[in-house]
Design a protein around this ligand. Structure first.
Ligand SMILES: [Zn+2]
Length: 478
């Protein structure tokens, strides 16, 4: 037998270093990758970190690291990245003017509409490119739920950075080299779980691609490959469980220990999280990120009721969405994020539209990274005013998911003869007592201070979603 040939069924060697050491020369198209991390195992490392040295840094040292990375990035971008060089010049600033983290607030904000206009004017990729197009190795685009998709480009170095961020996310949920991570994802141009695949690779875990098959086939593959971790949207975790239930598939035949969710709220909505955990008998973890900015926050195994921001790779600011003024920790505001490792297609002071509340209290997991209390609390533009009441879709979902009889739902806000109406359609599990709609209406009345109309609709009458769900509709001209 040839030296080093694998023996079928042989155990993989334990605790060998990961082989992703960067070349000695500083890469041309992005920041230098950190040193390799050891491979960990679920059995021996019950609460793994991806990078303990930075995850536990005291705040002052963490802030110094952020400032160093910010200054280094700005110097690299200056004169090369047309989009940011022009923005800073217009504001009368240059990289040397940023001497402290407080100075960051002097830089102009970046919006998604600005990036979209830039790509329309400087097609196809826009002017937020620091390097020649030949330097880029990957292209993805946003899901396009709010208009024309935005194209995002990565160099080999920034793609590696995405992988490091996802390794933080997966390690946060306890994933180690012993795990087999199933990605219930179509592997299309949406960045979604592509980067999760890279994160799994960095941890030495096995990645099971779940594209190109329907839900029943996915369940079979998860069982046959012994999936221990499921990555998908929260909506799809519930959908897979529903398909299993309807087809008589025993979900317990899958040795699942954790599920990691992104793409939409849900894993941070207590009733939805409880429902996913109940269906799969596995711990459910929240994660947030976006194609434009990267995979930025994750829930740790302690699950303190919020997500950690990967502060070694991102800087967060929270602002009042209306005035733009800074909002202190503990108060709700819009998350403005700066990524530090995607030099080829950077985002500096990007308005995410996501509402968060920062918590700087220490976490029992030992990480010093700040937390977003309750995860992403909603979108600044998602709130709908109905009869003078501010309605947040996540709040309504949290009520509906508390009723085990409810399988699926759809909410429509409309205006009938100058009066706002809210219709809630609920699809109940087979055999459920339809009088539950009265209790649902009462609970919503308590939450909203007005009584929406709750309708019971037939089995499978409402749409199902594989990716981002759309359950909240507004049909009125304002
Ligand atoms: Zn923690």
């Amino acid at each position: 037998m040839a030296l080093g040939a694998a023996t079928p069924g042989a155990r993989r060697p334990a605790l060998t270093p990961l082989q992703h050491e960067p070349p000695d020369a500083v890469p041309a198209y992005g920041p230098k990758a950190p040193r390799p991390q050891p491979i960990l195992h679920r059995e021996t490392d019950p609460m793994p970190y991806f990078d303990p040295a930075t995850e536990t840094l005291p705040r002052a040292a963490l802030n110094a690291l952020q400032l160093h990375k910010l200054q280094e990035m700005m110097r690299e971008l200056w004169g090369k990245n047309r989009f940011y060089s022009n923005k800073w010049r217009a504001a009368g600033l240059q990289p040397e003017d940023i001497r402290s983290l407080e100075d960051l607030a002097r830089l102009p904000l970046t919006t998604k509409s600005e990036l979209m206009a830039d790509q329309a004017a400087n097609g196809p990729f826009g002017s937020n490119l620091t390097y020649p197009v030949e330097a880029y190795t990957r292209i993805h685009q946003t899901s396009g739920t709010t208009g024309v998709p935005l194209k995002v480009l990565d160099t080999a170095e920034s793609w590696d950075w995405w992988g490091r961020c996802w390794a933080h996310v997966l390690a946060g949920s306890g994933v180690t080299a012993s795990d087999r991570v199933f990605l219930a994802f179509a592997f299309g141009p949406f960045i979604g779980f592509w980067a999760a695949m890279e994160g799994a690779r960095k941890l030495g875990a096995m990645m099971i691609p779940g594209g190109g098959r329907d839900s029943a086939q996915r369940l079979e593959l998860m069982r046959d490959a012994g999936a221990t971790v499921l990555c998908c949207t929260p909506t799809y975790a519930l959908r897979l469980a529903e398909v299993g239930r309807e087809s008589g598939f025993d979900l317990r035949s899958i040795p699942l220990q954790a599920s990691v969710h992104a793409g939409e709220p849900g894993a941070n909505i207590p009733a939805t999280k409880a429902r996913i955990e109940g269906a799969w008998a596995a711990k459910c973890f929240d994660h947030a990120g976006a194609s434009e900015i990267g995979a930025h926050s994750f829930e740790c195994e302690v699950q303190p009721g919020g997500t950690h921001l990967i502060e070694s790779e991102f800087i967060a600011e929270v602002i009042d969405p209306a005035s733009g003024a800074a909002v202190p920790p503990g108060q709700r505001g819009e998350l403005v994020i700066t990524n530090l490792g995607r030099w080829g297609f950077p985002m500096i002071r990007y308005r995410t539209g996501d509402l968060v509340e920062v918590n700087l209290e220490p976490c029992a997991c030992g990480r010093s990274f700040m937390r977003f209390e309750g995860g992403i609390l909603g979108r600044a533009d998602d709130m709908v005013t109905v009869r003078g009441v501010n309605v947040f879709p996540a709040g309504v979902e949290n009520i509906l998911r508390k009723f085990p009889e409810v399988d699926e739902f759809r909410i429509t806000v409309s205006r009938v003869r100058h009066m706002d109406e809210m219709d809630v359609e609920v699809e109940l599990c087979e055999g459920a007592d339809s009088t539950v709609v009265h209790s649902i209406a009462e609970r919503l009345d308590t939450l909203l201070s007005f009584r929406p109309r709750v309708h019971h609709v037939g089995h499978n009458a409402l749409p199902r979603f594989d990716m981002k769900a759309r359950r909240f509709h507004v049909n009125r001209s304002l």
